[in-house]
Design a protein around this ligand. Structure first.
Ligand code: FAD
Length: 456
């Protein structure tokens, strides 16, 4: 009688979870269950294009079930893991409705937007980590322009056409470039009472440069390019407070319709349940073999995990929260589980850094690799190519390629529907009725009674 197959439970169908699952699926001695709280794998690097109405949600997300269709030993479950019990080797789904036992647990649940302790700012800002959030930004911005078209005072028109982006990392930069193009080119001729090309896009960064993970020359190129595109780039600028429709920088108050928070990512709340060491950002500290020091049967991968590597020159660095790290960790975790199951020595994770890139706008991007730094059109072409090949399904690769080509030649971005009343307008309305600057309960009420999120 053969031994029962080992049960590997993978949580999260992001870059790390999917890479681990696919690799494990080749091993017939394993039974694999993948639990994901949504029903899709999301290609986060193109999320900003959904927010900027350049792409539709379905073009950057694929159903997990269809991705895993060809693996008979993989079961996909939609559900949210809410508790982890390491002692009894089981997790709980959806607050106690179901428990699942495991032999090995692979946690790959990503990170969470961090407000650096200012959690009250969340109510007045929009983040960009999920499809719902991207759609909320898109609808918020488009709706603000609709309101501006019928605004009765100049000050209100200016406020409605002002967007503040907080955080000069890749997300803030890509959003700023995308928004500058949307307003200055795509919707420029669509209104009669306002001039969208006069919309204010303000990008705030606390440090002395944008994209601090890139070489300084590329940061400077990015800031200059954004400024040419009409973005108000402000370095050395720390936000001191955020209220409904207001960003405070010391004594200066910027009145705006949309505030996007792109300033920080922290660990996932599940990491706290592991009873393991966490780094300052709340990420689970893992061994170079990718499991918890406290438990060799629990692997933590990608954005939820903290791992420091030693470079060739002896210096150490924390691995960045990027898709390449997550995918490579997923593949190695799978190998190590096979080795562990066979009582063999585990492999050590070595990050193969293939370089990083960020797009600024049409025909403009930056790329930094071990061999060369690129800017402008060549970097943009490289960016397009790399992003296309990493989209998981072929149909979406074709859809994205054709939409990019259409947008490039026509300047028409098709995904510009408003299908629900956005969150922050509701906040402002509630406040202006009641005359109080921050009334979070009003926001929550409006949100929960709002329409469900739209698809395409
Ligand atoms: C806007 C944006 C742009 C980015 N651009 C780039 C880029 O250009 N290049 C790059 O390399 N990186 C980029 N990143 C970072 C990159 O996307 C992440 O590093 C990568 O997604 C991390 O992979 P992961 O598998 O750890 O987590 P994720 O990809 O976030 O996946 C985690 C999954 O877990 C699921 N999940 C969460 N909690 C639970 C739960 N309790 N139960 C069940 N399922 C759960 C989530 O729904 C999600 O599907 C970007 C990130 C964002 C947000």
């Amino acid at each position: 009688v053969s031994a029962p197959a080992l049960h590997i439970l993978v949580v999260g169908a992001g870059f790390a979870g999917l890479a681990a699952t696919r690799k494990l699926a080749g091993n017939k001695n394993f039974r694999i269950t993948l639990v994901e709280r949504t029903n899709h794998h999301l290609f986060q690097p193109l999320l900003y294009q959904v927010a900027m109405a350049g792409l539709n949600p379905s073009e950057i997300a694929s159903p997990v079930r269809s991705i895993l269709r060809k693996y008979p030993n993989v079961t996909s479950l939609m559900g949210e893991v809410t508790q982890i019990d390491r002692a009894n080797r089981q997790v709980t789904l959806d607050n106690g409705e179901q428990t699942i036992s495991y032999d090995y647990l692979v946690l790959a649940v990503g990170g969470k937007t961090s407000y650096f302790g200012k959690n009250e700012w969340e109510a007045h800002t929009l983040g960009l980590k999920t499809l719902d959030e991207a759609l909320a930004i898109r609808q918020q911005i488009l709706h603000s322009f609709e309101l501006a078209e019928r605004a009765e005072s100049e000050s209100e028109r200016i406020r409605l056409m002002t967007t503040v982006l907080i955080g000069g990392g890749p997300t803030g930069v890509e959003m700023a470039g995308g928004l500058a193009e949307l307003t200055r080119s795509v919707i420029r001729w669509d209104f009669r009472n306002i001039r969208p090309d006069q919309a204010r896009v303000i990008l705030l960064e606390g440090s002395d440069r944008l994209l601090s993970a890139f070489p300084e020359k590329l940061s400077k190129y990015t800031a200059d390019r954004l400024t040419q595109m009409g973005v108000d780039v402000r370095l050395h600028t720390r936000v001191t407070d955020i209220q409904a429709g207001e960003v405070h920088i010391g004594d200066e108050v910027i009145k705006c319709a949309t505030i996007v928070w792109a300033a920080g990512v922290g660990g996932h709340p599940l990491a706290k349940q592991l009873n393991c060491d966490l780094d300052r950002g709340g990420r689970a500290i893992i061994t170079p073999q990718l499991h918890l020091k406290e438990d060799p049967r629990v692997y933590c991968l990608g954005d939820m995990a903290a791992l420091t590597e030693t470079l060739a020159d002896g210096k150490t660095r924390a691995l960045p929260g990027v898709a390449q790290v997550a995918m490579q960790q997923g593949a190695l975790a799978a190998k190590n589980i096979v080795l562990a199951a066979n009582n063999k020595e585990l492999l050590t994770f070595k990050y193969w850094d293939k370089g990083s890139m960020a797009t600024i706008g049409r025909s403009s991007a930056i790329a930094s690799t071990a061999y060369a730094n690129l800017t402008g059109f060549p970097a943009w072409m490289a960016w397009l190519f790399i992003h296309l090949i990493y989209i998981v399904d072929f149909q979406n690769q074709l859809l994205v390629l054709s939409r990019w080509a259409w947008s490039y030649f026509t300047w028409k971005w098709g995904a510009r529907l408003i299908t629900r009343v956005p969150k922050i307008d509701a906040t402002l309305k509630a406040n202006s009725n009641e005359g109080s600057p921050t009334d979070l309960s009003a926001t929550e009420k409006t949100e929960s009674s709002g329409n469900p999120s739209s698809g395409d």
